[in-house]
Design a protein around this ligand. Sequence first.
Ligand code: NDP
Length: 242
Amino acid sequence: CSMAEASEDNIEKFRKENNMAFIVGYTGETGSALVKQLAKDKIFKKVVLIGRRQVKLPPEIGPEFEQKQVDFDNLDKYADVFKGIDVGFCCLGTTRGKSGTAGFVKVDFDYVLKSAELAKAGGCKQFHALSSQGADKDSRLLYTKTKGQMEEALKVIHFPRLSIYRPAVLMVNREESRPLESIARFFLVPIAKMFPTAITTPMDVMVKAMVNNVVSPSEKTVELLDNKAIHHISGISVKCNK
Ligand code: NDP
């Protein structure tokens, strides 16, 4: 696990910079796992949690985490929330099943873009966005097409550093009941064991990859992390994990 050791050094250095972060989509599965990971690693002096509602945070979440409720349809009114924040994480997303086609595009494209624009205007140096395996602006499928278009639009904002993550199926016991997804995950478990980087991404791998990537210095202004890269940078191998 030498990757993990290297990351510990970077974490230590980054911590001393006293950066601030925000997370949009912090109430979701990935967002809440990221909150817990950040509470453990303590790499930021302050983390602003931006969402459409406030939630009860688990007891291990320290006072450096602050919730801010916003109206995503009028996000311009909340520009101040994004001001002076060094690192932005975007874990926003919905499904067509939950929100319909227009609702899906609104959240997975419009809200992501608006958050990114306000972040950039507020001085954000690193923007870390969750996309998906298969993202392709020319895809004929709404999901992968919207993700691809979102990626392209983010690139045009020209962050000093933009990291786009393309995980596969995120393996987590979802709080919200989505029976079809649970059944699919059940069948994915044996495949995940045999081919860990093929079609699954354990949630601990996902969020540790984001943390390790944030603290790793990079010359690239845009980086695309596919599922293999996510596994690699997480430093969590199947063996290390057990
Ligand atoms: P979740 O559905 O668990 O969480 C989504 C987040 O977005 C929540 O914080 C939710 O807030 C917020 N959100 C949804 N709709 C709205 C809305 N209308 N207004 C404001 N906020 C909203 O997502 P996941 O953690 O599963 O996924 C995160 C991202 O990763 C998504 O972009 C997804 O497409 C992508 N991804 C997911 C995979 C998976 O297997 N799950 C695989 C590959 C990529 P609230 O809690 O208030 O609803």
